[in-house]
Write a protein that binds this ligand. Structure first.
Ligand SMILES: NC(=O)c1ccc[n+]([C@@H]2O[C@H](COP(=O)([O-])OP(=O)(O)OC[C@H]3O[C@@H](n4cnc5c(N)ncnc54)[C@H](O)[C@@H]3O)[C@@H](O)[C@H]2O)c1
Length: 321
């Protein structure tokens, strides 16, 4: 028996950066949280503080295999998100997105749960439309080194929509744009964590290409708020909906900001642009504003301040061990 307001929530990938931040929010809101994670990129450290909570449960599980649990809502976040990690075992990456989606959709169908897919701006590939709107179909290479992630996520979206059409499943699809914040993996090569970790150690900051390529950066608390609003929205709004921060910065601007905010002695060094790296990225969030009454509230300076404080503490702890 469950209370009227307490939901049983499954978060796949809940030991990762976004999943663990979401788990905190759901526990704070009074729900029962079950995290399923195979710890490929996630870590127990991210959820250590929740392990003694009687409303929190953790299972080591790879979502490419079926899972049988009774839940009301499923947030499907399991999937390595950084190029270094998703290119480490590309076949497994596609399996996680595709087999994982099939297993989680099958579970949702069996227990009549609502299910949200953490999709990505990468479904737009290297876009010809700027900023990116949800109606844009994207420009994705299906045979390149990023394809395991991009095409895996695209196929997962297809599966979600087919389960909705075929079985009337209650689905929600969000397309997440670059998000950063505390609990990012310090060595996964994502641009914000990379720059901060390099700057805090006074190491050279590596810029790929000219540094003129743009990205928009969303602070994790804003992103999680958007994700929860999407899950709680009316059943007839299924997405896909962009969730991200439309503030656009060049990668060089970001590097300079991080150097200034950390007071670092780091120098900027340039390396060739990796294959299929998108040149610009910015979400059009009109749909999220209209349907979810959502927009980011934390600007880049404030978000960077909090993230720098997190990595500073992490590196200090590591150095003292
Ligand atoms: N952070 C971003 O900027 C961003 C942008 C777009 C999309 N997303 C999506 O959001 C989700 C979470 O991303 P994140 O940034 O927290 O990444 P992350 O790597 O920190 O978290 C992913 C989690 O999934 C787990 N995982 C991976 N494969 C699994 C499997 N087969 N079975 C069970 N667990 C598995 C990992 O161990 C990790 O805990 C991902 O699906 C990612 O594609 C993130």
């Amino acid at each position: 028996m469950k209370s009227l307001t307490r939901k049983r929530v499954l978060i796949t990938g809940g030991a990762g950066f976004l999943g663990s931040n979401l788990a905190d929010r759901m526990i704070a809101a009074g729900h029962d949280v079950l995290v399923a994670d195979n710890f490929f990129t996630g870590t127990k450290d991210n959820i250590l503080h929740l392990l003694d909570n009687p409303h929190f449960e953790l299972i080591r599980h790879n979502i490419t295999f079926p899972l049988y649990v009774e839940v009301d809502e499923i947030f499907n976040l399991a999937c390595p998100a950084s190029p270094i990690h998703y290119q480490f075992d590309p076949v497994q990456t596609t399996k996680t997105s595709v087999h994982g989606a099939i297993n989680m959709l099958g579970l949702a169908k069996r227990v009549k749960a609502k299910i949200l897919q953490a999709s990505t701006s990468e479904v737009y590939g290297d876009p010809e439309v700027h900023p990116q709107v949800e109606s844009y179909w994207g420009r994705v290479n299906c045979t390149g080194i990023r394809s395991c992630y991009d095409e895996g996520k695209r196929c997962a979206e297809t599966l979600f929509f087919d389960y909705w059409r075929q079985y009337k499943l209650r689905i929600k699809v969000i397309r997440i744009f670059n998000t950063y914040g505390p609990r990012m993996h310090p060595n996964d090569g994502r641009v914000v964590s990379n720059f901060i970790v390099q700057a805090l150690q006074n190491q050279d900051i590596t810029l790929y290409g000219s540094g003129n390529q743009t990205r928009s950066f969303c602070y994790c608390d804003d992103l999680i708020e958007g994700m929860i609003r999407m899950m709680d929205s009316e059943d007839d709004f299924i997405g896909p909906v962009n969730i991200g921060n439309p503030g656009e910065f060049t990668i060089r601007e970001l590097a300079e900001k991080v150097i200034a905010m950390t007071g670092s002695k780091s120098k900027i060094v340039y390396q060739p642009l990796p294959q299929d790296d998108p040149k610009q990225r910015r979400p059009d969030i009109s749909l999220a504003k209209e349907k979810l009454d959502w927009q980011p509230t934390i600007n880049l300076d404030e978000g960077l301040k909090r993230t720098i404080a997190y990595f500073d503490q992490l590196l200090t702890q590591r150095n003292s061990n």
